[in-house]
Design a protein around this ligand. Structure first.
Ligand code: GAR
Length: 273
């Protein structure tokens, strides 16, 4: 895309949506090189939807349970999906071994049915990127293949821990419970695993002896807002390069000449926050 254009970003939320709010606020202040073109939630009660409505951003709900069990969207899935290959791609060291393959495929088919709804709802907005902001579901290879075109990653997530430490749903709590002296936040591309895609940006914050889990979460969230918006600005400016060494994991390099200054600012913010 033209580096001067705004990125078209769709945001997926499951809950409060404070990351979404931070993007909307920065957008309004002219500090975000991205336009939030649509918001989708798997949870009709998500406050993130209210935030989107208040900002005049189109929003949609896809209720996985309803889509999975019937209703108006039970038309057949594409017949040429290779479910066995999808399962192999999704397999992580902790996933699914206790569940029989046919049952895993049933689950995957349900997931794909809901994801197809999301894809359909997002299509008119033509998003350049799909950003997960507190979206508490894994995405299947079907969804990722749809957006990750031309060999590039198009789905981005924010995670409340310094990956690869503490993947999963409780990044702040796990960081605190382990007695970590530093916590972190990570923005990464999404692949088939759980919080396992290439890291784009990370920031760290201290955990002081007197801190409780709420203090840790508060300090981390303040950083999340900074880092996520900065990553969108880097993506818009074409400053996120991916090195693909043969036989090794893809590795992201930020090419912004101001990179060190920005990371130092995040550190200052964390030390004083
Ligand atoms: C954020 O802390 C985000 O990093 C986390 O959920 C929170 C959502 O807050 N995401 C995950 O844990 C994903 N595994 P928000 O709805 O207020 O932006």
């Amino acid at each position: 895309m033209n580096p001067t254009e705004l990125l078209r970003v769709a945001v997926l939320v499951s809950g409060g949506g404070t990351n979404l709010q931070a993007m909307l606020d920065r957008g309004r202040a002219g500090k975000l090189k991205a336009e939030i073109v649509a918001v989708v939630s798997d949870n009709p009660e998500a406050f993130g939807l209210t935030r989107a409505r208040q900002a005049g951003v189109p929003c949609h709900t896809v209720r996985y349970g309803v889509v999975e069990t019937g209703g108006p969207t039970t038309d057949p899935l594409p017949g040429d999906l290779d479910w066995a290959a999808f399962l192999r791609r999704r397999r992580t060291p902790t996933s699914g071994d206790s569940v029989k393959v046919p049952e895993q495929i049933v689950r995957l088919r349900r997931m794909v049915r809901a994801e197809r709804e999301i894809i359909r709802k997002l299509a008119p907005y033509r998003p350049d990127y799909v950003c997960l902001a507190g979206y508490m579901r894994l995405l299947s290879p079907y969804f990722l293949d749809h957006f990750n075109r031309d060999g590039g990653y198009r789905v981005v997530n924010i995670h409340p821990a310094l990956l690869p430490a503490f993947p999963g749903q409780h990044g702040y709590r796990d960081t605190f419970d382990h007695g970590c002296k530093w916590g972190g936040v990570t923005v990464h591309y999404v692949d088939e695993g759980e919080d396992s895609g290439p890291v784009i940006a990370q920031a760290v914050y201290p955990i002081w002896p007197e801190d409780d889990p709420d203090a840790v979460r508060r300090r981390g969230l303040a950083l999340e807002y900074e880092v996520y918006s900065q990553v969108l600005n880097w993506l818009a400016a074409g400053q996120v390069a991916i090195n693909r060494p043969a036989g090794a994991r893809p590795r992201v390099v930020i090419t912004d000449p101001a990179y060190r200054r920005i990371v130092t600012r995040w550190l200052d913010l964390a030390m004083t926050g």
